[in-house]
Design a protein around this ligand. Structure first.
Ligand code: XUL
Ligand code: CO
Length: 435
């Protein structure tokens, strides 16, 4: 059965297309800098927002009516698999991501939850085999159930730690079953509400203990997805331990996890941390730890995680520039951790929103490729740091100077000539690549 009877396969129709159910910029087979757009972008659809989000907010009831709702939670879960793959196929998206509880109902016990996961992942696997669609990453939801009120691995209760460990084990088992390329840890409630009753060091040691168990189990079952930490500064915790890319890297390095862990960076999490998205991507690149991205955008007027579909070309251009500089994002991808607005409640909005996000990233890719071909930023930076290419600068970089030799140099060097950045000019020229 088709859940979107009136919507066909979405094709690229070019910039002037009038058809709302067409790509105007994302042309999957078009070659950009030697690779197809599809290879550059590696889009993924997020099960949680697209299949389970109901449009409710703290002030209002669900607004989304979905035709895959069944009589029982399991019937709904089965219908969702059908509807989800219909969306992926019609959009031409080749990857997807999910939390365990997105795909299968928890039931009344852990045993029942695992049995439900087995049934649903059998159906998912069948669909994957039929369509060639792949699993970018899965994760365990260790934040929604009330047992996780004090955290998961960071919980003050050891039984909760054990329950979380069981969910991660199952997560890795299904990652192996479905050939998952990455496995994500977003520390939903791994943070604290008040330091008055929190042993921060102990809680972080425990998170590292769980991560090391995950690495060991992956080795044991012969399945090694790229592990990823997804930083976020706040919400739901007042203070989340993986605050931002730099904080997560300090954690990875402190516990010696560099060989197995990279970062999954989310645009809206970056802005909540007071950073731009490109800042977070750049920090990750500095550590060779750019793993994957959650594509969305926040509302700058609001202080919480709105997970909007990305429509800001300036932002996607700078994000794609970082990805190009990284040599691509594989085995990661661009996962739309984005949800339709509460007021965009019709089924077809799911398509319109993904088309908007994919087109916005495709525009960003094209602009970033032009910036790279023109060596736009390279030239600006080469000029800015030119004093390190010759003379005393080259000697500093080569490690041939010390405080005494530089003092001798400075005492003799009477006039320092510092140049302007001309930053307004740079920003205006950058606009030429967008419009
Ligand atoms: C929450 C968030 C999560 C993670 C996966 O803000 O981004 O959906 O991406 O747990
Ligand atoms: Co996310």
């Amino acid at each position: 059965m088709a859940y979107f009877e009136n919507i066909g396969k979405i094709h690229y129709e070019g910039k002037t297309a009038d058809n709302p159910f067409a790509f105007r910029h994302y042309n999957p087979e078009e070659i950009v800098l030697g690779k197809t757009m599809k290879e550059h972008l590696r889009f993924a659809v997020a099960y949680w927002h697209t299949m389970t989000q109901d449009g409710s907010d703290p002030f209002g009831n669900p607004t989304n009516i979905r035709n895959w709702w069944g009589e029982t939670p399991m019937e709904t879960a089965k219908n969702r698999v059908e509807a989800f793959f219909e969306i992926l196929e019609k959009l031409g998206v080749e990857y997807f991501c999910f939390h365990d509880i997105d795909i299968a109902p928890e039931g009344d016990s852990l045993e029942e939850f695992f049995a439900n996961i087995d049934t649903i992942t059998d159906l998912i696997k069948e669909k994957m085999d039929q369509t060639g669609i792949k699993l970018l990453w899965n994760t365990a939801n260790m934040f929604s159930n009330p047992r996780y009120v004090h955290g998961a691995a960071s919980s003050s209760n050891a039984d909760v730690f054990a329950h979380a460990a069981a969910q991660v084990k199952k997560g890795l088992d299904i990652s192996k079953k479905l050939g998952g390329e990455n496995y994500v840890f977003w520390g939903g409630r791994e943070g604290y509400e008040s330091l008055l009753n929190t042993d921060m060091k102990f809680e972080q040691d425990n998170i590292a203990r769980l991560f090391k168990m995950a690495i060991a189990y992956g080795e044991k079952i012969g399945h090694k997805p790229q592990f990823l930490i997804e930083p976020k500064p706040k919400e739901p915790s007042t203070h989340q331990y993986d605050f931002d890319a730099a904080t997560a890297m300090a954690f990875i390095q402190k516990y010696g996890l560099e060989g197995d862990f990279k970062l999954n960076l989310e645009a809206n999490h970056a802005t909540l941390a007071g950073h731009t998205f490109e800042h977070e991507l750049n920090v990750a690149r500095c550590y060779d730890a750019l793993g994957s991205i959650d594509a969305n955008q926040g509302d700058p007027l609001l202080g919480w995680d709105t997970d909007e579909f990305p429509t800001n070309v300036f932002d996607t251009t700078l994000a794609m520039y970082e990805i190009l500089e990284n040599g691509g994002i594989a085995p990661g991808g661009i996962n739309f951790d984005s949800k339709v607005r509460r007021s965009s409640f019709e089924m077809e909005d799911l398509f319109l929103a993904h088309i908007a996000g994919m087109d916005t990233y495709a525009r960003g890719l094209k602009a970033a490729a032009a910036l790279k071909e023109d060596r736009f930023f390279d030239e600006i930076k080469e000029k800015r740091y030119a004093s390190y290419q010759t003379g005393i600068g080259a000697s500093i970089v080569a490690g041939d100077e010390d405080l005494e030799s530089l003092t001798d140099y400075a005492l003799k060097n009477e006039e320092i000539k510092v140049e302007s950045n001309h930053l307004e000019f740079v920003k205006s020229r950058l606009n030429d690549y967008l419009f």
